[in-house]
Design a protein around this ligand. Structure first.
Ligand code: FAD
Length: 295
């Protein structure tokens, strides 16, 4: 199999923060076979391997990535009755829309979560009403230490709040099947519109990864803590704590990754001092995180 691997590719256009350095190696995977062979390529080169979907939960450092970044372009989608099977590179919002056009509902809450189906399963993406794990029936993965795809049940993932076992195992999710429910397209569309309107009111638009920190259990939200600690509107370089939603750390156009990292480290310190809470980042800082909870 001929693999198209490029060298020194800027990662800015592959993540929603639009910051970061270059990947030593970069390639696209359009099939499970290509995915497997690219992982083998990284092993042969003795460099780290990382798969990305929409890049909507990753902050690449300015120094870049010292290994192979594989952009997931596997995009097949199949609907049979109430079951939707999607390859992991399918855009999640697109899956919700296509399902709605086929009179399938039950996942409208995920219509504004950016990124891929694979990225959503990795971090058990969701909104308070629904998590992706609620509707998944099974998935096909390429195990980190295996060379054959296997089918796994949801239990395998040990899903939690923005968490799955995949974060530790580093298995590759190839595809997944979701059980939706028949509902008239017009009703689903109205729900999608309602969720979208709520987002527009509550969240800022721009270059961001959405909520930067996870919500710590004992307080209303991470955004509430950041706001109460007086960090709303705080800036470092081109990075800013959104005046609209304090847990959204924005790249105002010319931020470096280091600006975003320095600002979030500062917020972390201020919140720790005021509330004695260790905020845990939801966004993955690659390759090295300054946060203890991510090392
Ligand atoms: C404006 C905005 C709003 C957001 N709102 C929400 C929200 O409401 N709820 C929510 O949960 N999240 C939200 N997010 C965060 C983000 O959209 C989710 O975390 C999303 O699921 C990430 O998917 P991705 O494809 O972009 O993953 P990426 O950022 O590309 O990758 C994230 C991690 O997943 C791993 N990964 C990706 N694909 C695979 C795969 N196939 N197999 C194994 N590992 C894989 C990567 O290696 C990486 O470690 C928001 C982000 C933005 C920018």
């Amino acid at each position: 199999m001929e693999l198209k691997v490029k060298k020194n590719v800027s990662l800015k256009e592959f993540c929603t923060y639009k910051t970061g350095g270059s990947a030593k190696f970069f390639a696209e995977a359009r099939s499970p076979q290509e995915m497997y062979h690219l992982r083998e390529f990284a092993k042969m080169q003795d460099v780290p391997f990382m798969l990305i979907g929409g890049g909507s939960n990753i902050l690449f450092s300015d120094e870049g990535y010292p290994g192979l970044i594989v952009h997931n372009k596997m995009g097949k989608l199949n609907i049979q009755g109430e079951l939707v099977t999607a390859e992991s590179g399918v855009n999640l919002a697109k899956m919700v829309l296509i399902a709605s056009q086929n009179n399938l509902g039950g996942i409208s809450g995920l219509c504004n979560v950016p990124g891929s189906v694979g990225g959503a399963i990795y971090g058990n993406a969701g909104v308070p009403d629904i998590y992706i794990s609620d509707v998944m029936t099974h998935a096909i993965i390429l195990p980190a230490n295996g060379n054959k795809p296997i089918m796994v049940a949801p239990d395998y993932f040990q899903f939690g709040y923005r968490d799955s076992k995949i974060k530790k195992t580093r298995d590759i999710i190839l595809s997944a099947t979701f059980k939706l429910r028949f509902e008239p397209a017009i009703k689903v569309r109205a729900e999608i519109n309602r969720y979208s309107q709520e987002r527009i009111i509550k969240q800022p638009m721009g270059n961001t990864c959405g909520s930067f920190f996870k919500n710590p259990g004992q307080f209303p939200s991470a955004g509430w803590l950041i706001e109460q600690a007086g960090c709303k509107g705080m800036k470092i370089g081109g990075a800013e704590v959104s005046p609209k939603h304090a847990n959204f750390i924005m790249n105002n156009g010319n931020a470096k990754s280091s600006d975003i990292i320095n600002l979030t480290v500062k917020i972390h310190q201020i919140v720790k001092k005021k509330f004695n809470v260790e905020l845990e980042p939801e966004v993955q800082i690659v390759p090295n995180s300054p946060f203890k909870s991510q090392i």
